[in-house]
Design a protein around this ligand. Sequence first.
Ligand code: ASP
Length: 358
Amino acid sequence: MNYKIVRLNTSAKEAITSSVLIIYTGGTLGMAYDATGALVPFNFGQILEKIPNLTNMHIAITVISFPEPIDSSNVNMQHWMDMAYIIYENYDTYDGFVVLHGTDTMAYSASMLSYMLDGLSKPVIFTGAQLPISAMRSDARENLMTSLEIATAKANGKPIVPEVCIFFNHMLLRGNRAKKVQSVHFDAFESENYPPLAESGIVIDYNYAAIKPFKEGAQLKYRNRVDNRVMVLKLFPGITKNVLDSCFAIKNLRGVVLETYGSGNTPSEKWFLQSLEKAIDKGIIVLNVSQCNGGRVIQGRYETSKDLKRVGVLSGGDITTEAAITKMMHLLAHDPDEEEIRRKLITPLAGEMSLTSN
Ligand code: ASP
């Protein structure tokens, strides 16, 4: 990939104390209105004109831009590999990393990078904006500046947040616990099943108990493979045997994230369970994830879910769909052993789920 690299001269006023690599992938944040009034990606070399305050932050900032910035609805496996590889390649040079990304699929990308960057011990902060940086009331300035501050924040010389996060509208969330919940208001992300890692007001208030502890001597490994022979199947009242069987008949399908009702409930009709059982018997892995934003799957709590465990459906506990599908894509690509994949799917890998026993 042919990246564009821009080094910003932010040392105008004060001495530099830390360094951040910004990876600009696209999204609304980095857009500006052109002469016709359309939104187009703007040249990141001009960011100091948009946010002159950056020069007061004592941070050396380098920007690597995707050659063709994307709307995040177009993000694909190659983009994930590129983002993770840029961080891996530049890991020792910077104190932290900020990924500028569209909000639409930010939770998927943050989840995937939390698995790909195994052994991470520096901050990787995803952020974006609901309004482009050039708009009067844009949230881009606040989101970017606070992300830069968090990416360089240290306590006793160690990074405070050594994990993949999303910072948006005053909240720092664990990336693989976050969900986009708003397409209009500024509070676009939520993490129902895990507390915020920090809230920014007059000061940035870190929730130390919730943040992954810094691990001395951890080695970063770049786990670069992804397998997309998977699908998300969302249940709805009226779903037919034909729909279910057709999905499970997809050639080479290896895994299904099954979005169920409430605490993991599904229709209890015979054809439904038989279809699941047949799929699982032929080697398709099925992970049960709730359609609710909060709470967890408890297979066996209601009669309508007690047979799922028996036929081999795995419980996703309190994982989000975004974190579940990316975890499946990651594990299927890295582990040759099906039993091992099944075990890892129900075990926390990067803080994406709480321990589950059902
Ligand atoms: N469609 C845009 C994207 O995800 C929306 C945004 O940037 O927030 O790239």
